[in-house]
Write a protein that binds this ligand. Structure first.
Ligand SMILES: [Zn+2]
Length: 359
């Protein structure tokens, strides 16, 4: 039967490395993978494999508590803003110094550590001392999308486990194996950017095709009128809200399943609150992914325009169209870069649409 690590579909190399390490762990791991790879799921799976008496069976009380984020000796450290603040990382250090309540480890999960560098100053340096001289039974599980140079020292203190983006074919195979219709699976996989959990939500979403058409049709509807732009942004926001519905419904199903299961002896009363925080984090990630998908669709439209302009009869009109398409592609790429660190998606989208209308 598949254990917790087997559930990380399409990550054979990373899984083999983790499987080796959970039996004789070192004190810090850094899980690295591109946007789309569910590093949160990977960190929890590794935490379960570390705590479980049989290294991650997936079915025992310990595994279930860890995966449901209700295990006292596995802490996912919270941050309030987009980037990490020093005080928040000090909280991670404080948790790391606690002795585990059970017979396993004190596992401290800190996600997105690349967001701990501001202006070249690595806030993550706060963690260095703990990583150098950790308490005996403490294990850090850090995650990052990429590894900026400012994190070099931190990286050198960890065993790095690399994950790769899943190819659409792997997503389709996983969805079909779970009972999805092949066409719906292919459509959802195309919009999921290598992210299996996102694909699982999208395959249940009847409005996916409509949102795809909405993003693709956006360039045709741009206007220099600010009120027109705000109308388009409103429409996108409503689409994003609607896109969240299948995820929220799924989270509710999972909560129901957890309630229906026999409550595990020793389950913490705080489990529910932690689960809600985890659900909210997932909703935030899903929303960002949805916007990133929209931006990729916009890029496709402008790339097609560029190719058409280049293939056109040479002349001032063709070169003007090529220039405008290139400019639009740059603007979309810039919005994509800002996405991870922008607090205000409405501002980001309206900035983008205003600049695209002028391009
Ligand atoms: Zn287990």
């Amino acid at each position: 039967m598949a254990d917790v690590l087997d559930r990380l579909v399409g990550q054979d190399a990373a899984v083999a490395q983790m499987r080796h390490h959970v039996r004789r762990p070192v004190h810090a791991y850094l899980l690295v993978g591109p946007v789309g790879v569910d590093l949160h799921e990977a960190a929890l799976a590794m935490a379960a494999a570390l705590q479980c008496p049989t290294h991650g069976c997936g079915t025992c009380a310990t595994c279930r508590r860890v995966l449901d984020e209700a295990e006292a000796d596995v802490s996912v450290v919270e941050r309030a803003g987009v980037t990490w603040r020093v005080e928040e990382l000090r909280e991670a250090e404080r948790v790391a110094r606690r002795r585990p309540l059970g017979s396993g480890y004190q596992v401290v999960v800190v996600e997105d550590v690349e967001l701990s560098t501001t202006g070249g100053v690595a806030t993550a340096a706060t963690l260095l001392k703990s990583l150098e001289e950790p308490p005996e039974r403490t294990i850090f599980l850090l995650t990052a999308r990429d590894l900026p140079a400012a994190l070099d020292t931190l990286v050198s203190r960890c065993v790095v486990v690399r994950f790769r983006a899943l190819r659409p074919a792997a997503l389709v195979a996983a969805l079909v194996a779970e009972g999805a219709d092949a066409d719906a699976a292919a459509f959802a996989a195309g919009a999921a950017n290598g992210d299996l959990r996102r694909a699982r939500v999208l395959v249940r979403d009847p409005a996916l095709a409509e949102r795809l058409a909405g993003w693709r049709g956006l360039p045709e509807r741009l206007t220099s009128q600010l009120s027109g732009v705000m109308g388009l942004v409103d429409e996108i926001e409503r689409g994003l809200d609607a896109a969240m519905a299948p995820l929220v419904a799924w989270q509710a199903d999972e909560a129901e399943r957890r309630r229906a299961e026999d409550r595990v002896p020793g389950a913490r009363a705080t489990g529910r609150r932690e689960q809600e925080a985890s659900d909210r984090r997932e909703q935030r990630r899903f929303r960002l992914e949805e916007i990133a998908w929209g931006l990729r669709l916009l890029s496709e439209v402008y790339r097609t325009r560029l190719v058409e302009a280049v293939g056109d009869t040479p002349g001032p009109r063709a070169s003007e169209r090529a220039r405008a398409s290139l400019r639009a592609l740059e603007l979309v790429a810039e919005a994509h870069r800002r996405l991870g660190t922008s607090l205000d998606e409405v501002l980001l989208l309206s900035d983008l649409l205003v600049s695209l209308a002028a391009a």
